[in-house]
Design a protein around this ligand. Structure first.
Ligand code: NAP
Ligand code: G4F
Length: 373
């Protein structure tokens, strides 16, 4: 585990590599991941390292640490067999992407980087369009400029279906985006398809339905619920303020979904695939499941705050992943009930640590006060 006190070492890792001329040289298959510090990026990096890949991840400069999800994968850059490398870059900065691709000639690129929060995209629509939409074409153009032929995965989303005209949604269901985020993802979807058709690139869209985990960002609904329910259980929080409880989603487990990304890039031909469980549940059911697992009556603790409503909502999503099942052999392994429980169990441990730390703090404060008497 990387200590939070070792930033200089991390920086060395970012700046070094095995260089021949102006490019890195690798023996194993090489992958480049944008969004490696996110939920999916961290699981994907684990998967690829397990498969023997050399993995490069693009990270953004940040004034505070943003590598928590991948710290356990950290390897000392001075060790000979280091296979995880982090490079600074930004999807809003073409020159950084061009430099990265000129130096690292990856076999596979996974474009997971995005401003990925739907509600937030209504507050920062232009920025979301830049990163989530135009970021994709910047990366695709950097590939062309470098004159390389990597396989390319685009993180497309079930948000594309938005006000869906049929259920379940398949690869053929028309799109009706309902947010600036979904509009940006629509651009990214089509530009990926366009580069496949125009330049013969091996470029795939994974149309992934909601997938969650113990690493999910804490402002997405699933994790917001499991963090709050467990903190309420231990007396660390009184209330949970929520938006629309009637929205329904097809929720799966993120670790299963990154496997699908890899399967797409290792198939015989490039195509687009829906990845989903085919099971739909409401936000209310997620809350009932999480609080129920802790023997709490959720109605005592949950209140509605309209600030979490969206200007336009996606009411219902259910995916049909039969094409992925048939052609890639992909299957989800974690049910909705298992997902809720695994997230609650994980967050209960976090809450216990928080409670213990708070207790220690009280003792420390008390000792200081008594010491001063
Ligand atoms: P996430 O946890 O929000 O991670 C997003 C990643 O993108 C983070 O590593 C973030 O870096 C990075 N990023 C943001 N802005 C960037 C920029 N300007 N340049 C480079 N990187 C940038 O998202 P996720 O849940 O892992 O999802 C991964 C991808 O799949 C996203 O594109 C998302 O839109 C898409 N998707 C997700 C789901 C889902 O249910 N999770 C479903 C369908 C599609 P920082 O850590 O520095 O912020
Ligand atoms: O967890 P959410 O914020 O995820 P959303 O909007 O479905 O988007 C996620 O999944 C997409 C795939 O379909 C990804 F493309 C996207 O990047 C992201 O990962 O909200 C889920 C539902 C919404 O209907 C929302 O209105 O939960 C509802 N909700 C109710 N109360 C809430 C809340 N959502 C959040 N974030 N916070 C609330 O308090």
């Amino acid at each position: 585990m990387v200590s939070k006190t070792t930033p200089p070492q991390k920086l060395v890792m970012l700046e070094r590599g095995t260089m021949v001329g102006n490019r890195h040289v690798h023996m194993a298959k090489t992958a480049l991941i944008s969004g490696i510090t996110g939920q999916d990026g961290s699981f994907l990096a684990e998967l690829l390292l397990d498969k023997g890949y050399e993995v490069y991840g693009i990270i953004r400069r940040s004034s505070s640490f943003n590598t928590d999800r991948i710290d356990h994968l950290y390897q000392d850059p001075h060790e000979k067999d280091t296979r995880l490398h982090l490079v600074y870059g930004d999807l809003n900065d073409s020159s950084s992407l061009n430099t990265i691709l000129r130096q690292i000639h990856p076999d596979e690129i996974y474009n997971l980087g995005a401003q990925s929060h739907v509600r937030v995209s209504f507050d920062i629509p232009e920025y979301t369009g830049e990163v989530t939409g135009l970021g994709t074409v910047r990366l695709l153009e950097a590939v062309r400029e470098a004159g390389i032929r990597p396989r390319f995965y685009q993180a497309s989303s079930s948000e594309l279906y938005g006000k869906a005209i049929e259920t379940p949604q398949t690869e053929k269901t028309p799109f009706h985006p309902r947010s600036p985020y979904a509009c940006a993802k629509a651009y990214a979807y089509y530009i990926t398809l366009n580069y496949r058709e125009s330049y013969g690139m091996f470029a795939c869209n994974g149309i992934l339905f909601n997938h969650e985990s113990e690493r999910r960002g804490e402002t997405f609904v699933s994790r917001k619920i499991t963090r709050a329910a467990t903190r309420i259980k231990l007396g660390l929080q009184d209330k949970l303020y929520m938006g629309n409880l009637d929205a329904q989603r097809d929720w799966g487990y993120a670790r299963d979904y990154v496997e699908a990304m890899w399967l797409m890039l290792n198939a015989d031909r490039a195509d687009d695939y829906v990845i989903a469980t085919g099971e739909t549940h409401s936000v209310r059911e997620f809350i009932e499941g999480a609080f129920g697992h802790l023997d709490l009556d959720w109605q005592e603790y949950v209140e509605i705050d309209p600030k979490y409503f969206r200007p336009a909502e996606v009411d219902f999503l259910r995916g049909d992943a039969s094409k992925a099942r048939r052609e890639l052999g992909w299957e989800p392994t974690v049910s909705f009930d298992q997902l809720v429980k695994l997230m609650v169990d994980h967050d209960l441990l976090l809450a216990q640590q928080e409670a213990e730390a708070s207790e220690m703090n009280h003792v420390a404060v008390a000792v200081t006060r008594w010491g001063s008497i």
